[in-house]
Design a binder for this molecule. Structure first.
Ligand code: NAD
Length: 704
């Protein structure tokens, strides 16, 4: 055959070696598909005895070329190419390194044998983009790995290691040493031992191994986990088809459901999140080659809820951390919580004792600032008190080496004021983690007025290294996320006064796809947190409308602090922690409505959702106009990764575009007329775009 730019072929030791080379990740572009099909077809009649499919560069075919999504299909389609591979008269060995994901792993499943290096990872992550494997993955995987394992893998979308894949028979041979030489040797051995041409399509699944009602039960379980998402449900239908129907009919079911998912608004939203996440990592006015500072040692000031979690993030990637506390007792408490958190992970079987010991060894405690002289990055996570924070920064300024980056994890304080407590404001910025910091994916990187470019670039890079999704914010009260949340929380309170019950409000938010409704969330975080924050604001002279907190404050004053005191908006079952509606709370709400002269009424779920979501959108529009966020997509990332906004709705700004900005704007004007301008003031940018019939996405394109 003739070699193309992306697919080449040579015969070594009577084995035809097909090499794919489509940097950077060997995505399945049209040229790759066509080249692969041509190579396998040509090899049928040459002197080779068997074929090896291997990739150049850092990985096997990592997946589909998602830039082709939403465009007219280009021939040959991947399913067609895979039929050619599977029907090859010469056996084909896929040789995997790096990550074989999605279409990449499906390609290997159409081969007759799979070998891999031990560091390889394989998986079918399509569900994370709101779609399903559309090139036979749902049909071939259960035939090899079994129905249950295949369902887990495809509905979670999480990749597995070569060793796990080998245990599930998805990989036939793990290769030590050079993959290319090992794969050729393996193919030779197969030929010489007369190994059969193993076509996965020829395997029949034994349905009698599944308990009655298995698929229905699985669907129910998934419905709780993947609230309202269609792709996981359709994956179950595909796997069910793999059990019940012959291969070709199963493939047809998969194709039809793939197209349904691909065309859904959920998939559009999830693909938006995918691209927005990558875009958010880029700082518009920073050249890509901005230098970064080396981060070898980190210090955390404050070992409370946040400090401990942040310390774990660094230890988890092998970076030594020094945690500083006010005294030995507080330090021991902080380190104790970290130890407990790791042991829970060990108990769950997700970490070995040895790994835990390794990580704990990387976390040291101190009460002396002098011990921080060598660190490259300090993250402050002490009490949310501006004076304490400034004092800490002045001390850091005195001991830290020149060039050390100093970050604050403050939720609300002014980063520029904190920077001014040092003589090096260019080295200061905000790194705002979310609770629990070792779990939540979002990191808001807050750019102070004087923050140096390389400090910002370093923060974004180290954020990525510790597994966070970073989004840049400028300085304002609450930064992007918490600032937007203000109106959401206020509306939850006003909805209670207007006649919606806590259960009704939370159910509407949860049916929309939020992981937890606003009142259940308040109970989880502790109602005293907001109470204390309001007290501080009022002490500083802020006037807060009593309608926006009188119920929450009354609950705190009754000792109902939320889950930690066993009751808040709900009562909590001490054993199961299940939330139960409480007539005493209903009576309290009624009494407060009467006090404010509010006549309670029936409120629809649609109204609840609009009143909760539209304040996010309106504040988001202000944040864009003020240049606090770089792009609407960055705001979406903040909400999806920091506030569990449903990725299947794409984030508040994407959702606004889907609803139509005119509809959002008209509703906000109506709410303003009903509830007053103190609660609803349409953002000028929203008004402008709504009147032009435009979208946030179109506006963003004009700003790049
Ligand atoms: P916390 O009360 O759990 O922990 C604060 C810790 O700081 C305590 O252990 C305390 O002993 C220690 N500390 C106080 N003053 C100190 C000092 N001068 N030197 C050294 N240590 C000192 O508080 P937290 O929830 O971890 O919050 C810490 C910071 O993170 C706050 O600024 C908060 O706004 C922010 N934050 C909190 C959350 C959250 O959900 N809890 C989320 C994001 C950001």
């Amino acid at each position: 055959m003739t070699n193309t730019a992306v697919v080449s072929y040579e015969i070594i030791d009577n084995i035809g070696v097909i090499t794919v080379n489509n940097p950077p990740v060997n995505a399945l572009s049209q040229a790759l598909r066509a080249g692969l099909q041509a190579a396998v077809t040509a090899a049928q009649t040459d002197a080779s005895e068997a074929l090896v499919l291997i990739c150049a560069g850092r990985t096997f075919i990592a997946g589909a070329d998602i830039t082709e999504f939403g465009k007219p299909p280009l021939s040959p389609s991947l399913p067609e190419v895979l039929i050619t591979l599977e029907n090859s008269r010469k056996l084909i060995v896929a040789a995997i390194h790096g990550t074989a994901l999605g279409g990449g792993f499906e390609t290997s499943l159409a081969c007759h044998y799979r070998c891999a290096v031990a560091s390889a990872k394989v998986g079918l992550p399509e569900v994370k983009l709101g779609i399903l494997p559309g090139a036979g993955g749902t049909q071939r995987m259960p035939r090899v790995a079994g129905v249950k394992a295949a369902l887990e893998l495809i509905t979670s979308g999480n990749p597995i290691s070569a060793a796990e894949a080998s245990d599930m028979s998805l990989i036939d041979e793990v290769i030590e040493g050079d993959l290319r030489a090992g794969a050729i040797r393996y193919a030779r051995d197969l030929v010489e031992s007369g190994a059969p041409l193993k076509r996965i399509r020829d395997i029949t699944i034994d349905a009698s191994l599944l308990e009655p009602g298995f698929f229905e039960n699985y669907r129910k379980k998934l419905a709780q986990r993947a609230r309202g998402q269609i792709a996981p449900d359709r994956i179950v239908s595909c796997v069910e088809a793999a059990v019940r129907l012959p291969m070709d009919q199963g493939l047809q079911v998969e194709r039809d459901l793939f197209v349904e998912c691909l065309q859904s608004s959920q998939s559009r939203a999830m693909r938006h999140v995918f691209f927005a996440e990558r875009e958010a990592a880029k700082i518009k006015d920073l050249p890509a080659n901005t230098p970064v500072r080396d981060i070898k040692r980190v210090a955390i000031i404050g070992g409370g809820t946040m400090g401990g979690g942040i310390a774990m993030c660094f230890a988890n990637v092998g970076i030594p951390v020094t945690m500083l506390e006010i005294n030995a007792e507080a330090l021991e408490r902080g380190l104790g919580i970290i130890r407990k958190n790791y042991s829970i992970t060990v108990q769950k079987g997700k970490m070995s004792e040895a790994e835990m010991a390794e990580r704990l060894q990387l976390i040291n405690g101190t009460t002396a600032y002098a011990d921080l002289a060598d660190v490259d990055l300090v993250i402050e996570a002490v009490f949310e008190n501006p004076d304490i924070k400034k004092e800490v920064f002045a001390k850091l300024d005195a001991v830290c080496k020149p060039g050390a980056i100093m970050a604050t994890n403050t939720s609300y304080q002014n980063v520029d004021d904190i920077a001014a407590a040092t003589k090096r404001p260019q080295d200061v910025l905000g790194m705002h983690f979310f609770s629990p910091a070792n779990v939540m994916k979002l990191l808001e990187v807050v750019r102070g007025a004087k923050t140096a470019d390389d400090v910002l670039a370093t923060a974004m890079q180290i954020g990525k290294k510790i597994g966070k999704v970073c989004a840049l914010s400028r300085v304002c009260y609450g930064f992007i996320g918490n600032r937007m949340l203000g109106g959401y929380g206020r509306q939850a309170q006003l909805l209670l006064l207007d006649g919606a019950s806590p259960a009704q409000i939370d159910a509407a938010a949860e049916d929309f796809g939020m992981a937890m409704g606003p009142l259940a969330m308040g109970d989880l975080a502790g109602l005293d947190v907001g109470y204390k924050a309001r007290q501080a604001r009022e002490a500083a002279g802020d006037k807060i409308d009593p309608r926006t907190h009188s119920i929450a404050s009354a609950l705190v004053e009754m000792g109902r602090l939320g889950q930690k005191s066993g009751a808040g908006y709900y009562q909590y079952d001490p054993q199961t922690r299940a939330r139960l509606p409480d007539p005493a709370v209903d009576a309290l709400i009624k009494a407060h409505a009467e006090k404010f002269g509010i006549r309670q009424r029936e409120i629809s779920s649609d109204e609840i959702v609009a009143r909760l979501m539209y304040p996010l959108i309106n504040e988001g529009a202000l944040i864009l106009e003020e240049g606090i966020a770089q792009r609407p997509g960055d705001i979406d990332i903040v909400y999806v990764y920091g506030y569990a906004f449903p990725s299947a709705k794409g984030g508040p700004m994407f959702y606004a575009d889907e609803v139509g900005l005119k509809n959002v704007y008209d509703s906000i004007c109506r709410f303003r007329d009903e509830q007053g301008a103190e609660f609803w003031k349409p953002a000028p940018l929203l008004e402008k775009l709504a009147k032009e019939g435009s979208t946030f996405a179109a506006w963003a394109a004009t700003q790049e």
